[in-house]
Write a protein that binds this ligand. Structure first.
Ligand code: CP3
Length: 337
């Protein structure tokens, strides 16, 4: 039980007095307190594995922004380490991964290798009972793209060629990742995660046909498996939301987290699912009155009876200003239904 159940209520379609708000990447470098913890931890992956510091980082957005949910501080790439992919974060360059492209060189997944993640969830639950805790994982496609590209990418050319030219192999990889993520999220739920979110951050680079054929069957299977084992709400975040909306809406996810390619008021009419999103993150670089105006405009466009959770269409960036992020959260919380 948590004191502030507004997120869970909105996801379930119960009556609420205002829309709930949390932000993707809400614990990050835009916060000086985060930068202080990060400096203490050293390397980013060491930070993710340092339970005490990761718990502190997870709690920062509740303390400083008073958001309606805590997403645990971690990264989507940590389960890949557990299957034998070498993962490094180089300062200013983002993630680097080493994998030879062969399934045979991957290890069987032992979910206990990510035991520190479940411990972070247990300790965040213990440290506060104010808001629900969101666990998360990368979606099979987004994780496969990091393994294949070996780094962040602008084109995803290697991933596409792998997918098209080595189709059987790609499907085997997606199957393996689906199993890994199912196990990983199951352990997070059993450790106390109240909600889980699956991040499909790079699907916007795919054509409709490729998403439908190569990506959808696995995300559908993953969410079905989660929903047939647990009541825990599942949020599916996917980029390229306007193209793939109806496919995503046909999964058994409880909520779809959509980017700004979707017109939210229309999306509300196209599904019974809860929706999350979708303010364009760049709005946070604008002047205060623009932030307030754009945020209220979005909130007013959502039909009052919708199951809706305010969020951005993607994550916060390191160079955003804390005070503007705070203004955004306060603006959402001031909007009464
Ligand atoms: O949302 C949250 O506050 C929870 C923590 C969280 C992080 N990463 C922390 C993080 C979550 C949910 C993620 C997910 C994640 N990681 C995604 C999916 C979400 C999205 O934004 O699309 C992706 C694609 C990754 C992979 C990843 N990790 C990238 C591309 C980067 C940026 C590299 C860089 O140098 O900025 C990271 C690092 C990362 N993950 C940071 C944080 C706070 C920054 C690391 C730092 O402190 O320098």
């Amino acid at each position: 039980m948590v004191e502030n159940e507004i997120l869970l209520k909105s996801l379930r379609g119960e009556k609420i007095e205002r829309f709930p708000v949390w932000l993707m990447r809400q614990a990050g470098r835009y916060m000086s307190e985060y930068r202080r913890l990060r400096a203490k931890a050293g390397d980013f992956l060491d930070f993710c594995k340092n339970v005490e510091l990761a718990v502190e980082a997870s709690l920062l957005p509740l303390k400083l922004l008073d958001v309606d949910a805590i997403i645990i501080f971690s990264d989507i790439l940590v389960p890949l380490e557990a299957i034998g992919v070498k993962v490094r974060f180089l300062e200013g360059e983002g993630p680097k991964l080493d994998w030879d492209g062969e399934l045979g060189s991957l290890k069987d997944y032992d979910p206990e290798e990510n035991g520190y993640v479940y411990e972070i969830i247990r300790q965040v639950k213990k440290a506060q009972s104010k808001v629900p805790v969101i666990g998360f994982a990368g979606a099979p496609f987004t994780l496969s793209s990091y393994m294949i590209e070996g780094a962040s990418s602008r084109e995803f050319r290697r991933t596409k060629l792998f997918m098209w030219e080595r189709e059987r192999h790609f499907f085997n990889l997606m199957e393996t990742l689906t199993e890994v993520i199912f196990e990983y999220l199951s352990h997070q739920i059993e450790a106390g995660a109240d909600v889980v979110q699956i991040f499909d951050s790079w699907t916007n680079y795919l054509s409709y046909g490729d998403y439908e054929y190569y990506v959808y069957p696995f995300i559908d299977e993953l969410i079905n498996r989660l929903k047939s084992n647990y009541d825990t709400p599942v949020i599916y975040f996917f980029k390229g939301s306007s193209s793939f909306f109806d496919l995503a809406a046909s999964t058994s996810a409880d909520a779809l987290s959509v980017d700004w390619s979707v017109e939210l008021s229309q999306a509300c009419l196209r599904t019974d699912k809860a929706l999350q999103g979708n303010l364009e993150p760049s709005v946070l670089y604008a002047a205060e009155e623009v932030i307030r105006h754009k945020t209220l405009q979005l909130l007013r466009s959502v039909p009052r009876s919708s199951r809706y959770v305010f969020n951005l269409g993607h994550g916060l960036a390191p160079d955003m200003e804390f005070d503007k992020v705070k203004l955004l959260v306060d603006t959402v919380k001031s909007f009464k239904l």
